[in-house]
Design a protein around this ligand. Structure first.
Ligand code: DGJ
Length: 375
């Protein structure tokens, strides 16, 4: 009888596939869904939502738990899968309780069968100065994810656009620092050539040929780097490029549609919202072309409009097998991040190969099925 009821409940919710943007979302235990800055992996008939587990008060701006995962067949009914990567008590651990562990992204490597998690890591007590990438691996999608290492990528590697004959000290010095639009100077990639490139806000994108790319805000957040990963997704091939150079873009998220890669992101204003931005490219390695703010409309409850992305910041684009794509945002609340809210909106792809994302209080994704998930 119990299983019959569960079946009926799941059938009803499958038909619904709806959510309210900016509201608290609850899991099947009645607890608030606590997964921010993350993404959704589609695997064997289920959607896996994962992200930063936040806690009460300003302490929630540091990692005290880890990465929380939920699963669903309809993007509405969420089953708690628990903390799949946990911060460690051991003093000096890279992922020690109190570090900053943001924007985790999980990809499935079909070649090795492993699930690989990348995240932005800041070592405990060092603010945002470490600017490292963390990597963790699991045998099952639901973990546990075992922390492998943290690093600054691409030490000693040249961006592909620098010709062989220019790979010298003089070129590194030319790319040593840049003006911050709000005053002062910031070091850029030439200054980090030997020690490895800074890596903060990030996503990982698996392309149609199964090649994976780590895309992150580097050079003090002034410029995005697109870096090809090795076939096992555990390392970098050393092939990397700078995109959106000196545009000061954070929160990158990528999708592919009708022959174009699209990237959405935000400006750099800390936890405060700003206008979203978008880019498109024919190749993920670029060149990428600026398209402007894709956000449209106003959230009538808060009166926050497109000029501040309804109070939100992008974190991921979920590509569905039927060609639809959902842009996922967080409405941050830095004084109490456990109260940060989720906003999921469909991307509208226009005939001129531009994109827009219009605010909707509620959204119903009829027929979304993870069984035909993209990957
Ligand atoms: C903006 C980033 O997108 C967030 O992930 C977080 O790092 C905040 N900055 C911190 O101010």
């Amino acid at each position: 009888m119990k299983s019959l009821v569960a079946l009926l409940v799941s059938l009803v919710s499958f038909a619904a596939g709806a959510w309210t943007n900016g509201a608290l979302w609850y899991d099947t235990n009645g607890h608030v869904v606590n997964a921010h800055g993350g993404g959704v992996l589609t695997h064997k008939g289920r959607f896996y939502l994962y992200g930063e587990h936040k806690i009460y008060s300003g302490r929630g701006n540091r990692a005290h738990a880890g990465v929380h995962m939920y699963s669903s067949t309809d993007l509405e009914t969420w089953r708690d899968e628990g903390l799949v990567l946990q911060v460690e008590d051991k003093p000096g651990s890279d992922i020690e309780d109190g570090c900053i562990l943001e924007r985790p992204k999980i990809v499935h490597c079909v070649k090795t069968g492993k699930f690989v998690m990348f995240f932005h890591l800041e070592l405990k007590g060092r603010g945002y100065n470490a600017a490292r990438t963390g990597i963790a691996v699991a045998d099952k999608v639901t973990g546990p994810y075992a922390f492998q290492r943290s690093l600054r990528p691409n030490a000693g590697k040249w961006p592909v656009e620098i010709p062989e004959k220019e790979r010298n000290e003089a070129t590194l010095r030319k790319f040593y620092e840049a003006e911050r639009p709000w005053g002062g100077k910031a070091q850029i990639w030439g200054a980090h050539f030997n020690g490895g490139q800074m890596s903060r806000d990030m996503t990982v994108y698996v392309d149609r040929d199964a090649k994976a790319y780590h895309v992150f805000a580097s050079e003090n957040n002034s410029t995005l780097h697109v870096c090809e990963l090795t076939d096992d997704y555990l390392d970098y091939t050393g092939r990397w490029t700078r995109i959106a150079a000196l545009d000061w873009t954070e929160a990158p998220a990528i999708c592919f549609k009708n022959g174009w890669y699209y990237l959405i992101g935000s400006g750099c204003t800390g936890w405060r919202p700003n206008a979203a931005r978008s880019y498109r490219a024919k190749s993920i390695m670029g060149p990428w072309e600026r398209l402007g703010n894709p956000a449209k409309g106003v959230n009538p409850k808060t009166k926050y409009g497109q000029e501040i992305t309804w109070g939100g910041q992008s974190n991921y684009i979920l590509e569905l097998a039927d060609g639809r794509a959902l842009a996922l945002f967080d409405l941050w609340n830095p004084k109490n991040q456990i109260d940060a809210r989720l906003v999921w909106l469909p991307i509208d792809f226009a005939a001129d190969n531009t994109i827009s994302i219009t605010w909707r209080d509620e959204y119903s994704l009829k027929g979304a099925s993870a069984s035909s998930g993209k990957r």
